[in-house]
Design a protein around this ligand. Structure first.
Ligand code: MG
Length: 343
């Protein structure tokens, strides 16, 4: 039994550190680990944690991680799946995603990082608005929010804990286009019965307060792209004569996070594409705001499980969309406050 274990190749090696080191050493001696492995590892380590710095790469642990990454890079998809199965990790997704998942697993083992970062958000709120639209609408078309969903992810348990959903009555163009009804599945009757945006925003704020977001719990907003906040919410606040809410001033754009983490080009980060690459399919009705939010949440959860620390990467500043870098990234969103009228 022990002998068999000893002779297992790297991809069957499991998580035992000693065994992995021994296998890596053997691979190094047999010349299978080439120069490239180190640079692969460095690239991956660069955005990994605050511990990383130029001098870290001389650290034997980082060298070991770099060697491991090189070995993982040379595994076939079947080998990656076999290793992930042994480690009881998810085996769904395209090869690059499996490779990233395995590298992160070994990296965390080597760095002995605690599985949860105390400074990390307790909750992530996924928001995917649905808005009025027409077929081929002009770039200056005035979109009004007609559905306000929130999906609450517990970032510690990595589970969806609760959801919020309310429809909104549009004020400028109360009649929905056929295109909009077919796209979103939201009927005229539903919006006719709904409350105006200011009332729905108040309900969303009350719901978030009940969850003690921004008070007891640190949280971040997460969206699929920049438009939900920078375009739809911004525009809706103008229409409803409201100040832009402070809690929505910064957020995680999951498309950016996904592209950076899995090294996927930005044109391949549409919701259905992101799901597909992760080996999942869309669950529910596409363009139903709540279903979209739940599916975005599934992607976010998978990214957290794969070791990605989703962090704030965009914000609004004086009505303009801005990129957020390092220092602000782990600041939680503001306490939700009641909608405020513009003076
Ligand atoms: Mg949507």
């Amino acid at each position: 039994m022990e002998e068999q274990k000893e002779n297992r190749p790297l991809h069957k090696a499991g998580c035992e550190e000693e065994e992995l080191c021994r296998t890596l050493k053997n691979l190094e001696l047999s010349g299978r680990v080439k120069e490239r492995s180190l640079s692969d590892g460095q690239e991956d380590l660069g955005n990994y944690s605050a511990k990383s710095s130029a001098s870290d790469f001389s650290d034997p642990v980082y060298k070991e991680i770099a060697f491991t990454n090189g070995c993982v890079n040379r595994m076939s998809k079947d080998e990656l799946k076999a290793t992930l199965t042994e480690l009881k990790l998810d085996t769904r997704g395209v090869k690059d995603i499996l490779s990233k998942r395995l590298k992160n697993y070994y990296k965390k083992q080597k760095l002995k990082e605690p599985s949860c970062n105390k400074n990390y958000y307790d909750y992530i709120c996924v928001i995917d608005f649905e808005a009025t639209c027409e077929e081929g609408n002009a770039p200056d078309y005035i979109h009004e929010i007609i559905e306000f969903p929130i999906v609450l992810i517990n970032a510690r348990t990595m589970e969806i804990e609760d959801t919020f959903q309310q429809y909104v009555k549009p004020e400028i163009k109360p009649k929905l286009s056929e295109f909009c009804i077919n796209l979103t599945g939201i009927t005229q009757e539903v919006v006719d019965k709904a409350d105006p945006f200011v009332v729905v925003l108040q309900s969303a704020v009350d719901w978030m307060r009940q969850k003690e977001l921004g008070t007891k719990f640190k949280y971040a907003i997460l969206t699929d792209g920049s438009w939900d906040m920078s375009k739809f919410l911004n525009m809706q606040c103008h229409i409803s004569c409201l100040k832009y809410p402070r809690f929505a001033k910064k957020w995680i754009n999951i498309r950016k996070s996904y592209g950076n983490f899995y090294k996927v080009p930005r044109n391949q980060t549409k919701l259905t594409m992101m799901l597909e690459k992760l080996g999942m399919s869309y669950d529910g009705r596409l363009h139903c705001g709540l279903d979209d939010s739940k599916n975005i949440a599934r992607i976010a959860i998978r990214m957290l499980q794969d070791g990605c620390e989703l962090r704030v990467n965009e914000r609004m500043n004086a009505g303009q969309l801005m990129t957020v870098s390092g220092s602000m990234a782990f600041e939680g969103a503001a306490i939700p406050h009641n909608p405020q009228r513009k003076k």
